[in-house]
Design a protein around this ligand. Sequence first.
Ligand code: PGA
Length: 255
Amino acid sequence: MKYLFANWKMYLDYDESNILANALANEHKKIPESVKVAVFPSALSLYPVAQVLNDVGIGVGAQNIFWADKGGYTGEVSAEMFKNVGCKYTLIGHSERRHQFHETNHEVRQKLEAALTVGLIPVLCVGETLKEREENKTEEVIEVQLRAAFENLSWPVGRELIVAYEPVWAISKGMGASDVGLPCDEIEAERIHILIAKMVKGILPEVDPVVLFGGSVRKETVAGYLSQPHIHGVLVGAASTRLDSWLEIMASAIN
Ligand code: PGA
């Protein structure tokens, strides 16, 4: 099984999201059963996008959830609310949330538990900054993120456990061609994926984790990442927000 997940971030507005979702729905027959495709639109666009894509077997997920189920939390949206409008997945702990919104490992854990409680499949994002990599702290940072998320958790039987390894330095800085992040060599990505799988197994021995790679994945690089045995799929931001580039990524991933 290969996973092709599209993180639309705050790149697409309501109309743009709906146009892209409808265009993707028209292409769904090209997706073989061995490939899982999911998109993560903005909270605002999620409901109409889910209406279109759930019918054609393309998953839909939230980019972020709040940990409480209901209450006086102005501006927040709960896991349950996302589930109710057709979400199957949720990203948790994306580096843009960790670094721009100061989301802590503790909050990430609360969100993960909320996702599990309502039946969403969490996609936990982990990864080191450039500074942490230069200081040789990559493994340590990832281990702390994984332990905070998964230690002493009883994982629901049969629920997928998905981790996205997204080195912060590799993530695109915007939607433009020149906004690409620093390149992460596929061999290095594979090394970290093996490490993540081992760490997760050490914490939750009964679960087989799915590990995705994210960070400036483009049509030119996707096949290289997917050729690595421990890279089960990709989480794509900028290059997933235009129909042509996303279809090219899907085509190279499928062939
Ligand atoms: P990118 O984003 O493909 O634009 O680098 C990936 C992500 O942050 O999920």
